[in-house]
Design a protein around this ligand. Structure first.
Ligand SMILES: Cc1cc2nc3c(=O)[nH]c(=O)nc-3n(C[C@H](O)[C@H](O)[C@H](O)COP(=O)(O)OP(=O)(O)OC[C@H]3O[C@@H](n4cnc5c(N)ncnc54)[C@H](O)[C@@H]3O)c2cc1C
Length: 456
């Protein structure tokens, strides 16, 4: 016998907000009215496979921290990730470099310690992506997080009080529904919030353009000491503008004009180097088609760069690509509207908030928005002082029971270009997990939880 209560019934009568990138039919009437070339899926019942206090959607730097934090508060917590490992840009993106982590206490500090213990940390901020995966698995499992990999969030449903109640996923197990008291969107692009019907901002406030994407590669056959001696890298793990320029010129000597004019190498360990050398311009983070094209173009360019370098001989004679990222690095997606929107004015004045989640020390870092705009990065004249992120920027304005952490929080184009780095994403996740757990225990909404900040 099938238990009727354990099915989420979808279809006629459920009202959703159709968001950009997520064309959704809302009611039977709309289906009939719509004359476009579309397939109308029949109503179906989906098993509700799991119910818990907190569901965290997306297992990147923000997501792992949110899940660990909520679980350590005692909340039953599930973390759902679409790839086969945790870490997001850290691992599927092969980033290999953590920025703005030094003054971050809690999970960020613990993670650095665990990376060191696991021999994953080469210099203070450079890590081995494979051992990062293992370290994150360990931390989440030890904290009691229920981890679901290979599972993509594809829909979200609210109750009559505008509170997010269920999400729907697709995976090897087919289509499944999940229920929680509080949800945290750590998908980077803000997928969950968009499915739930939240308003969001996207791109530059005038042009709508977003920062370019980059495909990271891990290289072998290079000796760090030689690269440093010849000025292509500054010293252990470090980079400077001079070393980047020198590396760019060297790539040109190899016959390729790199699309990123400040290409960077990080030494991960002896004989193993991470390289970021391309920019894919004007690619929408909300278009699978554009991202596919960008990935193929990026892989071609990275391969040409490395082949060109090898042809130069010398320090490059044995250089080879070990692997490129499973996911091209997406710098910018939706910025979900929250109870407070961080702005460039907050950065300029070094804003302080009583409900601060963390203090951001990183500058405004906008990579060229167009191919003909220099190909590097800059601050667009904005001088940021260290500033706080308030918890209100992590609480969705349009939908109840929903928080965000990481790069999809509420902020303007320039604020995002600063707080997006991973030291801050972890701190945001930790705070969101704490508030979400409390909200679940106290049967309140996240905005009703008293949060007095996390500044030491
Ligand atoms: C090329 C590049 C270079 C960068 N350089 C640096 C640097 O040197 N140092 C630094 O600290 N930061 C850097 N950043 C910024 C930083 O990596 C990101 O801003 C940061 O990873 C944001 O963390 P996040 O957890 O919000 O998102 P992400 O790391 O993007 O993680 C999101 C996670 O959600 C998952 N997900 C997405 N959609 C779904 C879905 N629908 N269902 C299930 N799971 C989903 C993804 O697979 C991913 O695991 C860089 C970013 C890029 C792209």
């Amino acid at each position: 016998m099938t238990d009727r209560r354990n099915f989420l019934k979808l279809g006629t009568g459920i009202t959703l907000t159709a968001m950009s990138g997520f064309p959704i039919f809302t009611t039977a009437a709309e289906k009939i009215k719509n004359k476009e070339n579309r397939l109308v899926e029949p109503t179906r019942k989906i098993p509700i496979v799991h119910e818990c206090d907190v569901i965290v959607c997306g297992g990147g730097p923000a997501g792992i921290a949110a899940a660990i934090s909520a679980a350590r508060q005692g909340a039953s917590t599930t973390l759902i990730e679409m790839y086969g490992c945790l870490g997001g840009v850290w691992t599927t993106g092969l980033l290999s470099n953590i920025i703005d982590f030094r003054d971050k206490p809690g999970i960020m500090k613990e993670l650095v310690f665990r990376l060191e213990t696991n021999d994953a940390q080469y210099s203070a901020k450079v890590y081995d992506a494979e051992l990062m995966k293992y370290t994150l698995d360990d931390m989440c499992v030890e904290s009691g997080v229920n981890i679901r990999l290979h599972t993509r969030i594809v829909a979200a449903y609210k109750n009559s009080e505008n509170k997010l109640e269920h999400i729907v996923t697709e995976s090897f197990s087919g289509r499944e529904a999940w229920k929680a008291k509080v949800f945290i969107d750590t998908t980077g692009n803000g997928d969950l919030s968009a499915y739930a019907g939240c308003g969001f901002d996207y791109g530059h406030f005038k042009s709508g353009q977003t920062q370019p994407m980059s495909l990271m590669a891990i290289l072998t056959g290079l000796e760090e000491e030689e690269l440093v001696a010849q000025g292509f890298m500054a010293s252990k793990g470090a980079t400077t503008e001079i070393s980047k320029r020198k590396f760019y010129n060297e790539i040109q000597k190899g016959g390729v004009s790199a699309s990123y004019t400040m290409p960077t190498m990080f030494a991960i360990r002896p004989g193993m180097i991470a390289m970021m050398a391309n920019h894919q311009y004007e690619v929408s983070a909300l278009s699978a088609e554009q991202i596919s094209r960008a990935t193929i173009e990026a892989r071609k360019e990275v391969t040409q760069i490395v082949n060109g370098l090898r042809s130069l001989g010398g320090v490059w004679k044995d250089v080879r690509i070990v692997t490129t990222g499973a996911q091209i690095g997406i710098r910018e997606g939706r910025r979900i509207r929250g109870h407070y929107t961080l702005t460039s004015e907050d950065l300029i004045k070094g804003a302080r908030f009583s409900d601060a989640v963390c203090r951001v020390n990183f500058t405004v870092d906008v990579h060229s928005l167009k191919k003909n705009a220099g190909g590097g990065y800059g601050s667009h004249g904005i001088k940021a002082k260290p500033y706080d992120i308030p918890i209100r920027s992590l609480i969705a304005k349009d939908v109840n029971g929903l928080m965000m952490a990481g790069r999809c929080i509420s902020g303007d184009f320039f604020a995002h270009a600063s707080y997006r780095v991973t030291g801050n994403a972890v701190a945001m996740g930790e705070a969101a997990g704490m508030v979400a757990a409390k909200a679940a225990f106290e049967k309140k909404l996240p905005q009703e939880i008293e949060y007095t900040g996390n500044m030491e």
